[in-house]
Design a protein around this ligand. Structure first.
Ligand code: HEM
Length: 433
């Protein structure tokens, strides 16, 4: 429990993904947490249309204190399935899901037990910390190859240390996790650029105008058609990869149906790279803008694990969770949520909550409780890929520091900007080395 007042708050209007909000997000979260652990708010998506779409433009409860976020994500009466809060007459009137979204509507993130349990079990064993640790040498090799390529490209331009240049996201932080998840799943190298474009276009759907919606729908149709073709190829010629295992999945007598298979592979591809790219980039940015922390890490490389945890706490890639729905009245850190309300857990606000983390706005790689962050969520839907993301982060920081001891920002810090997005991601990170 925080000792903050827990009176119901006024309805706020927030455009969380806008450039203006991103710039001062942590200040706003601090103000909100000083008032109350949760807030009734309308989230707009910048399109100015005011149209109700997903959780946009309708009242939701934002959980912002560390205790409210934890309690909300752990409460067994809180669901991820919006059908659970709809009265039967509304359910009957629901328009059928558009064909292009149907295969994506049955993912682990939108299902409660028992379907969630069945689906998650199918992939859980490939993501345990023990299984993931076996990938360490391969991930290091991928990281070294990418850094070799960046060094060669700089030298081919006639640059020399410490003034060689690279852009971290495009040359390293994006291709590293994308290559790793593609190899795990068995996505052929030749298709990876298309897969990247499809998943990036899809993310832009968050702030799309109605005119852009049709292009996005077509993008999803293309992605689905590609994945269906890939499943057929793996059925005909199974290999030692996760898609081959999933198409043949038969766990406790449960097969995946095709919609569930599509949703699963889709979420692994998208979640497998859009977040980890930001863990790597945000960590390098935090280290370079806090040189005393970088010096500590160089002096004691064993701090790399905690550097990953502190990056997740300080600049967690996922600012919020997906929506949650109250099927019953719940008290969350003293705030009463009524049945039928939609909640969004603001992980970034919880991880800067001064009642949980001392001096929360300091980036401190020796912080002993950094790992208590909620950057991977909590409860049944806690990130499946957390062991993989952690390992990729550690290997990335190690490889960069080993290979680029003179690393520095390539432009003044105030020229580096956050993207307008629900993910905490930089637009670019130019470096010198
Ligand atoms: C730093 C990197 C990552 C961050 C910050 C992150 C964050 C999250 C968060 C916050 C959730 C919970 C969302 C919610 O409760 O609504 C989640 C769920 C999930 N993540 Fe991650 N993630 C990362 C990397 C990965 C990777 C590498 C994979 C897979 C390859 C992955 C796969 C998933 C899946 C499948 C779920 C849904 C789990 C379920 O509903 O049971 N994530 N992630």
């Amino acid at each position: 429990m925080t000792d903050t007042p827990t009176m119901p708050t006024d309805m706020l209007t927030l455009d969380i993904g806008s450039p203006e909000f991103r710039k001062d997000a942590f200040e706003r979260y601090k103000e909100l947490n000083a008032k109350c652990p949760a807030h009734r708010a309308v989230i707009t998506n910048g399109s100015g249309e005011g149209e109700q779409q997903g959780f946009f433009n309708r009242p939701v409860v934002l959980l912002t204190s560390y205790d409210a976020v934890n309690a909300g994500l752990l409460d067994p009466t809180v669901s991820v399935d919006f059908h659970k809060i709809m009265p039967p007459e509304m359910l009957e009137q629901l328009p059928p899901t558009a064909e292009e979204f149907r295969p994506l509507s049955r993912s682990v993130l939108t299902l409660d037990p028992p379907d969630h349990t069945r689906l998650r079990k199918l992939v859980q064993k490939s993501f345990t910390a023990g299984e993931i640790e076996k990938l360490r040498p391969r991930i290091r090799k991928i990281a070294d190859d990418l850094l070799d390529a960046a060094i060669a490209a700089a030298e081919a331009r006639g640059e020399s240390a410490p003034n060689r240049r690279m852009e971290l996201i495009s040359q390293f932080a994006f291709p590293l996790p994308m290559t790793v998840i593609s190899e795990m799943l068995g996505v052929p190298a030749a298709d990876r650029e298309n897969v990247r474009l499809w998943s990036e276009n899809l993310l832009s759907a968050q702030r799309a105008t109605p005119e852009q919606q049709e292009a996005i729908a077509q993008n999803i149709r293309d992605f689905i058609a590609y994945l269906k073709g890939l499943f057929d190829a793996k059925r005909a010629n199974p290999q030692d990869d996760m898609i081959s295992q999933l198409v043949q999945a038969e766990e406790d007598g449960d097969r995946l149906d095709e919609d569930e298979l599509l949703s699963m592979v889709f979420i692994l591809i998208v979640a497998g790279h859009i977040t980890t790219v930001n863990l790597i980039t945000n960590g390098v940015y935090a280290l370079l803008t806090n040189p005393e922390q970088l010096a500590k890490l160089k002096a004691d490389p064993n701090l790399v694990k905690n550097t990953v945890e502190e990056t997740l706490r300080y600049y967690g890639p996922a600012e919020t969770t997906t929506p949650r729905y109250a099927t019953a009245q719940v008290e969350l850190d003293g705030f009463t949520v009524m049945p039928g309300e939609t909640m969004i857990a603001v992980l970034a606000a919880a991880d800067r909550d001064p009642s949980r983390f001392s001096n929360p706005d300091a980036f401190d790689i020796t912080r002993e409780d950094a790992h208590r962050h909620v950057a991977f969520g909590k409860g049944l839907h806690v990130c499946l890929g957390a062991p993989l993301a952690r390992l990729e982060g550690q290997v990335a920081f190690e490889a960069i520091l080993d290979r680029m001891p003179d690393l520095a920002l390539g432009v003044p810090a105030d020229e580096i900007t956050w993207q307008a997005s629900f993910l905490r991601s930089l637009t670019a990170l130019p470096l010198k080395f």
